[in-house]
Design a protein around this ligand. Sequence first.
Ligand code: TMP
Length: 208
Amino acid sequence: MSGIFISFEGIDGAGKSTHIDGLATAFRAQGRVVTLTREPGGTPLAEQLRTLVLNDAMDAMTEALLVFAARRDHVIRVIRPALERGEVVLCDRFTDATFAYQGGGRGFDWNVLASLEHWVQGGETFLQPGLTIWFDLPPEVAAVRLVGARVPDKFESQPQAFFEKVVAGYGRRYAAATERFARIDANQTPEDVWTDVLAAVRQSGMLP
Ligand code: TMP
């Protein structure tokens, strides 16, 4: 595959969106075709599953199976084809979010998630982002940012203790694959966060 695959992670309120848009602009300025997408979602079927996952109460296994079902559709219909065309895929959340939210936050079995990851992202080559930018933010700071921001969905309305477990889940994924991650201190001004994001992508060699 000649494309570039970058995922963006962090707890709700970490402030990923403007930086994803900024990177899309930077890649387009280099003449690259950019596919901007998100999870759960990114295809009509996966967006329907997203609505269920974000709004309906369900047990953790059901939630994990739905996000992986959405991911499967997204991977085979959007992500792999775009990478095969040599495009840049910028994905707002990917599998690390499942380990963090369903594994860390909800306490679902880590090994089952690892098996699902291999089923869903497997094939001739195992699909994994070339770079994952983790916007690391203390849950208490995220909570202040989220107050009044918008009507909270099922996850955004969770207590701080839930997000502490989500951060621990991200930390566990990070520790197991530090070479894939750029861990950004998201508790800075947006300008300083952007400086760090750009530096990380340049350091990875994906942007000059
Ligand atoms: P967002 O697109 O607004 O960030 O919302 C997606 C929400 O879904 C967010 O709270 C994280 C959660 N989520 C999971 O619980 N598991 C997953 O696998 C993914 C991709 C997201």
